[in-house]
Write a protein that binds this ligand. Sequence first.
Ligand code: SF4
Length: 214
Amino acid sequence: MNASLKKWLGEKQGEICVSHLIKHRFDAHFVQNVRQATELIVKMAAAYETFGFGGSATLDQIGIKDILRDMGKTLYDHNQEDLPMETRLEYRKKQGDCDCFMASANALSLTGEIVNIDGIGNRVNAMTFGPSKVIVVAGVNKIAPDVDAAIRRIKEIAAPMRAKSLNADTPCALTGRCTDCNSPMRICSVTSIMHRKPMLTDMSVIVVNEDLGF
Ligand code: SF4
């Protein structure tokens, strides 16, 4: 697709999505690029000391963990290399009680819902209740027309790519197609649809006019 047309379409869809998220009481923002997203995240994060993260290619692409480390913040990042299993588990538990939890979304609907599917559930757990602040960052590639299309997007695109990136022992990681498997490594066991901002959670959503994550 022509780059300037893609940017134009991303802006139109991003702005509609953000307007519906705001109606749904999320603190939602549309930004044009990763640089603007990073500036906004750093401003939001400055007041907090402990940070948790959902597994997220988007956050890795943005490089926000290194920025927070350089700011002297404490990070509970279970995806760090060479962590013992018990530390990974401990960090997942701490994510539910950290000051600020960051994640992407598997999909956003144009109609203003946030849709995620987890294998373990620590991400959707921390996103909905516990941390003082939750920041969700998503590229416009995550926007689907409605909730049904958002779930379809996850099953057809996000989950197979995530499973492949994790070398998960699942059918989709081999074939690229979801078979609604019963694998013990199934990464799609818990579906979360945030129809409105969770009542007791201060949640910001940053929609970036770039393709981020999958
Ligand atoms: S094959 Fe299994 S792990 Fe892969 S997308 Fe389908 S349900 Fe999820």
